[in-house]
Write a protein that binds this ligand. Structure first.
Ligand code: CTP
Length: 398
C-alpha cells in the first residue's frame, strides 16, 4: 500500500522521537519515499544524521541552509507529499498547528500540505488531559487531520496514563488502511445530514436537542477522504470543517434541511441521515420576543415536522443508497429494524442511549448496524472517527 508513496515524517521534540527512527525504518521498508522534517528541539532528542542515513535524504529543519543560503520550500514539500505524519506531535507543536503559528519548518510545511495529515500526540498525561491540549486536538480534528490516539501506559515521567505515542507498527497500519480505502468512494456523490435542528418559538427561543454534530461531521470527513464528493447539510453546531471535497450547507430548521436535501437528492449516490431532526415545530413563530410581564404563560402548539429520511426513502431509485440512524432508549433492535422498513432505508445505525459512551455530545459512540440484507453487526465503543470508518466500510459492502 505504501510503495512509492511520498511521505513527510514530521518529528517534534519529545522523548518519543526515538520511536520515530523505527517508524522511519518501517516506512522505508514498506517502499515509501520519506522526507524527514524535524523541529529545532526535535534535534535535541534524535540526530539528523541517523534520520538522513535511514531515509536517504537530507533532513530538513531550517528555512535556509546556513552556508549556501539555499531556501527549503515548504510549499514544494507540501505539494510533493501523499501524506504527512507528525510523530511525535508534542503539546507545543499541536498548539502551533491548531493556531497556525508558522515559526518553524515543520509547521509551515503542515500549513502548506495538501495531503492528509496524521498526528500522533505524545506527552505526559496531565498535558494530554489539559483543556488547552484537548481543545487543540479537537481543532486539528475539525480541520480534517487524522489523530492517531496515544496509548495508555508508563510515560517518560514514570507516571502511568494516556500520552504514550502509538507504536510505530500501528502508525504504519493506520497509513496503510488509509491508502487502501482512500479511493473507494471516488466519484460518489454523498449527502450527509448532521447536528440538531432548531425550531423557532420567537426571535430568541427555539426547540432543539443536544446533538453536537460530531458523528455527522466525522462521516462527512471519512467519505471525503475516501474520494467522495460530499454535501454536508448541517444544523446549528459548534463545529466547522474545511476539506476540498466537502460542501458545507448550513441550515437551521427541519424544513430548511429537507429542502437542502431534496434539491440535491436526485444527483446523490449515497445519503446518510445522521441529523437529530426535531420531530415537532411550533405551529406559530412569534415575530417579537414573547415578554414575561405582558403575556400569560404561553402554550406552544406543536405541529409535526417532515420526516426527511422517509421523504427521501419514497423518492429513492435503483442505485441510490439511503442510510439512517436510530437513537433509542428501549426496544432498540425492534425499533431500529422498524425504521429500516418504514423509511425504506438500506442500512440503519443504531445507538442506544443506554450504552455508556454512546449518543449525543460524546466523543465516542457504540453502534449496531442493521442492513436490508438481514445482517446485524455490533461494534465496540470507539472514537466517532473510527465509528465513521466502520459505517463507511459497511456501506461499501451493500
Ligand atoms: N429523521 C429525519 N427526519 C425526521 C426525524 C428523523 O430525517 N423528522 C431521520 C434521522 O436523521 C434518522 C432517522 O430518521 O436517520 C431516525 O431518527 P430517530 O429520531 O431515531 O427516529 P424518528 O423517526 O424521529 O422516531 P422516534 O423519534 O419516534 O424514535
Amino acid at each position: 500500500m505504501l510503495k512509492g508513496k511520498h511521505i513527510i515524517l514530521g518529528i517534534s521534540g519529545g522523548i518519543a522521537a526515538y520511536k520515530s527512527v523505527v517508524l522511519l525504518r518501517l516506512l522505508i521498508k514498506a517502499g515509501a519515499e520519506v522526507q524527514v522534517v524535524i523541529t529545532p528541539s526535535g534535534k535535541e532528542f534524535i540526530t539528523p544524521v541517523t534520520l538522513s542515513a535511514l531515509s536517504g535524504k537530507p533532513v530538513v529543519s531550517e528555512f535556509f541552509t546556513a552556508n549556501t543560503g539555499e531556501w527549503h520550500s515548504h510549499v514544494d514539500l507540501g505539494l510533493w507529499a501523499d501524506a504527512m505524519v507528525i510523530a511525535p506531535a508534542t503539546a507545543n507543536t499541536i498548539a502551533k498547528m491548531a493556531n497556525g503559528v508558522a515559526d518553524n519548518m515543520l509547521v509551515t510545511t503542515y500549513l502548506s500540505a495538501k495531503a492528509p495529515v496524521f498526528v500522533a500526540p505524545a506527552m505526559d498525561l496531565d498535558m494530554m488531559a489539559h483543556p488547552s491540549t484537548v481543545r487543540n486536538i479537537e481543532l486539528l480534528r475539525s480541520y480534517g487531520n487524522h489523530i492517531i490516539e496515544p496509548a495508555s501506559g508508563e510515560l517518560a515521567s514514570h507516571l502511568v496514563g494516556k500520552g504514550r505515542m502509538e507504536e510505530p507498527e500501528n502508525i504504519v497500519k493506520a497509513l496503510e488502511r488509509f491508502f487502501a480505502s482512500k479511493s473507494d468512494f471516488a466519484g460518489k456523490k454523498v449527502l450527509v445530514t448532521a447536528g440538531p435542528t432548531y425550531e423557532k418559538i420567537d426571535p430568541v427561543r427555539f426547540i432543539g436537542n443536544y446533538s453536537s454534530g460530531k458523528m455527522g461531521y466525522a462521516l462527512a470527513l471519512e467519505a471525503a477522504d475516501r474520494g467522495g464528493e460530499v454535501t454536508l447539510v448541517s444544523g446549528p453546531v459548534n463545529m466547522n470543517v474545511s476539506h476540498p471535497r466537502i460542501n458545507l450547507v448550513k441550515v437551521e430548521s427541519a424544513k430548511e434541511m429537507l429542502s437542502a436535501c431534496e434539491s440535491i437528492f436526485t444527483d446523490t449516490d449515497i445519503a446518510i441521515m445522521c441529523a437529530a431532526v426535531a420531530d415537532y415545530a411550533p405551529k406559530h413563530t412569534a415575530d417579537r420576543k414573547i415578554k414575561r410581564e405582558t403575556s400569560d404563560v404561553p402554550v406552544i402548539e406543536l405541529v409535526k415536522n417532515p420526516d426527511i429520511a422517509k421523504t427521501l426513502g419514497q423518492k429513492k431509485r435503483d442505485g441510490q443508497t439511503l442510510v439512517g440512524f436510530a437513537l433509542e432508549t428501549d426496544n432498540e433492535s425492534v425499533n431500529a429494524r422498524g425504521k429500516l422498513e418504514s423509511k425504506n432505508l438500506d442500512m440503519i445505525v443504531l445507538n442506544s442511549l443506554r450504552d455508556k459512551g454512546a449518543g449525543f455530545g460524546t466523543d465516542t459512540n457504540k453502534v449496531t448496524i442493521y442492513t436490508r440484507d438481514g445482517r446485524e453487526l455490533p461494534f465496540g465503543t470507539k472514537p466517532k472517527e473510527d465509528v465513521a470508518r466502520d459505517i463507511i466500510d459497511t456501506i461499501m459492502t451493500l
